[in-house]
Design a protein around this ligand. Sequence first.
Ligand SMILES: *[C@@H]1O[C@H](CO)[C@@H](O)[C@H](O)[C@H]1NC(C)=O
Ligand SMILES: *[C@@H]1O[C@H](CO)[C@@H](O)[C@H](O)[C@H]1NC(C)=O
Ligand SMILES: *[C@@H]1O[C@H](CO)[C@@H](O)[C@H](O)[C@H]1NC(C)=O
Length: 239
Amino acid sequence: MIPKFLILCLFCLASSVLSQSHDLVYCGSWRLSVETNNAGNWTTIPERCYEYVKEYMNGDRYLSDISVVAENALKYAKMVHIVGDGKDAWIFDVDDTLLSFLRGYQTYGFGAQAQNKKGFRRWALRGKVPALQSCLRLYKEIQRLGFSIFILTGRPETLRNVTESNLWYAGYDHWQRLLLRNSTDLSKSATEYKSEKRKELQDEGYRIHGSSGDQWSDLRGFAMAERSFKVPNPTYAVT
Ligand SMILES: *[C@@H]1O[C@H](CO)[C@@H](O)[C@H](O)[C@H]1NC(C)=O
Ligand SMILES: *[C@@H]1O[C@H](CO)[C@@H](O)[C@H](O)[C@H]1NC(C)=O
Ligand SMILES: *[C@@H]1O[C@H](CO)[C@@H](O)[C@H](O)[C@H]1NC(C)=O
């Protein structure tokens, strides 16, 4: 005869495995809703998804998802007719697009608290944030195809020098312009500020074919690029 406590144990184990697999399915759906912008302005990762997001970011899947996005972008970029007047433009975001804060998030926890601004600043100020390799390759290819590259970041002007040197350190060069927030931009939402900057470029005659960013606020609003490429990021949302 099987002792009662053993049956109880088996039951506990089974129900814990079941609830973990529920979380796995739910959190996969949650991540999809974030990446497709169905989730809109979300604030923190649902508690039951902390583990899921941690594994996603630490495992192969995150890097694989990014490399597919980069392939998609490159495929489109190769189809663009480059006029040769220097006005065919591509926009890249900086944080968690060209540069990877993965190690910083590993230190501070993945979105368990809303994005840790102080931690981020400390990392940014060191100027040694590494490249996201798929984005670095994409950047070089886009450059080789003859696009003018604009780097549009929500970072303030006060971080211009360290941002520039960090981009060089990570392997980026020869961008057309690095755009940061001036003092009047600081109070604006990312969507508003980035849209205004794209509009200024359009008014200068640039044709914005593509835009790459890990936040929907990098991509949407007005004066949008012909094609937007959302780099995955389920750890925080900037609006
Ligand atoms: C940024 O770099 C420029 C040129 O190298 C220098 O003239 C300027 O003082 C630096 N600004 C700051 C805030 O460090
Ligand atoms: C900031 O940039 C905007 C638009 O590019 C401009 O209208 C504004 O005068 C600038 N503000 C400062 C303080 O430079
Ligand atoms: C999300 O945030 C942006 C910028 O703050 C705002 O314009 C927009 O209305 C917000 N959307 C929703 C659904 O709250």
